[in-house]
Every structure is written in structure tokens, then in C-alpha cells.
Design a protein around this ligand. Structure first.
Ligand SMILES: CC(C)(COP(=O)(O)OP(=O)(O)OC[C@H]1O[C@@H](n2cnc3c(N)ncnc32)[C@H](O)[C@@H]1OP(=O)(O)O)[C@@H](O)C(=O)NCCC(=O)NCCS
Length: 151
């Protein structure tokens, strides 16, 4: 298993991962409906361009040509970033998600992000527990579940 930054060649593997997780837990993704090729291509371009302009951090875990996990932090305020993470079903509960959060956070710090936050659907109790275990705390006064951590 290799953990490294996202590259152009990961496109197909990333598409498979996003669709697999969408089919399983649609509310864990940012898509309101199953993403089509155009939306997936836009997602990839947004990530790669953001990485070049230092507003996106993105690490993947790769096994052969299969992308088994992806974690991004997108700079969304002067000092803050929004985190998104997907781990393939057969690779969960092995510490991979936590490793990717740490890897992305280290790099986000270099991009002048001081805190990272997660927006979590109310139904996604597993993700809330995961972020809590990674040191995130629930933010007061939000309608949706927002959890935040200093980096
Ligand atoms: C949430 C997610 C990223 C966690 O990834 P993971 O690689 O399984 O997480 P880790 O193995 O690093 O878990 C670290 C700790 O978090 C907690 N945790 C992780 N998943 C959990 C779950 N489903 N339920 C309860 N606790 C959980 C556990 O305490 C775990 O440690 P343990 O396995 O020793 O008990 C993964 O389940 C996933 O991709 N889910 C679908 C997409 C999603 O919900 N993304 C978040 C959107 S906001």
C-alpha cells in the first residue's frame, strides 16, 4: 500500500472509489445525485488545480492501480480548510483514515491552514465517531454537524 499525493493517473481509480462510496452511503459524499463522467472529471480538475495553487491538499492510498482511499483538505477561509475523506469498504477500520487525516493536516499547515473542519450528515454516525477519534470537536451553534480541529 502506497500513500502519496493525488496524481493525474489516479483518475479512473478515484472515479471507482467515489462511485462505490456514493452507492453505499450517498450522504457521505458531496453529490446530491450519482455523479456522471462530467462531474467526476470536474472534481479531478478542481483537485489538481487546487493542489497547484496551494489551496487543496489531497492524499490517496493506492494498491496497484486501485485507489482505496482519498482525503482532501480544501482551503475555504483565510486560515481554515474543509476536509473530505473516503475509504473503500474493504479497507476500513485499519487505521487508514486516521493516517490520511494526519498526512493531509501536516501539508495543510504548510499552506497556512490553522484549523480544519468537517461537515457531517446527521445520519453518518460512524464518521462523527471517526472525526472525534481524530481529535475533532463539535462546533457550537451550527445547524448541521460541524466538527473542527486545530492543526
Ligand atoms: C469514516 C471513514 C473515513 C473512516 O475511515 P477508516 O479508515 O475506517 O478509519 P480508521 O480505521 O482510521 O478509524 C480510526 C478510529 O475511528 C473510529 N471509527 C472509524 N470508523 C468508525 C465507524 N464506522 N463507527 C464507529 N467508530 C469508527 C474508531 O475508533 C477507529 O479506531 P478503531 O478501529 O481502533 O476502533 C470511513 O468509514 C469512510 O470512508 N466512510 C464513508 C465515507 C464517509 O463517511 N466519509 C466522511 C464524510 S464527512
Amino acid at each position: 500500500m502506497e500513500i502519496r499525493e493525488l496524481e493525474e493517473k489516479d483518475y479512473r481509480g478515484l472515479c471507482s472509489l467515489v462511485l462505490q462510496v456514493y452507492d453505499e452511503v450517498p450522504y457521505a459524499t458531496s453529490f446530491g445525485k450519482r455523479p456522471d463522467e462530467r462531474q467526476l472529471s470536474e472534481l479531478m480538475q478542481r483537485k489538481l488545480e487546487g493542489m497547484r495553487s496551494k489551496t487543496v491538499v489531497d492524499f490517496v492510498a493506492v494498491e496497484g492501480d486501485r485507489v482505496v482511499a482519498d482525503c482532501e483538505i480544501v482551503k475555504s477561509t483565510e486560515t481554515g480548510g474543509l476536509i473530505g475523506i473516503l475509504v473503500a469498504g474493504d479497507h476500513r477500520r485499519k487505521g487508514l483514515g486516521r493516517r490520511l487525516v494526519e498526512k493531509c493536516s501536516e501539508k495543510a499547515k504548510l499552506f497556512k491552514m490553522l484549523e480544519v473542519y468537517a461537515e457531517i450528515d446527521d445520519r453518518n454516525e460512524g464518521a462523527a465517531e471517526f472525526f472525534s477519534r481524530c481529535g475533532f470537536r463539535e462546533q457550537e451553534g451550527e445547524d448541521a454537524l460541524v466538527m473542527i480541529r486545530n492543526i
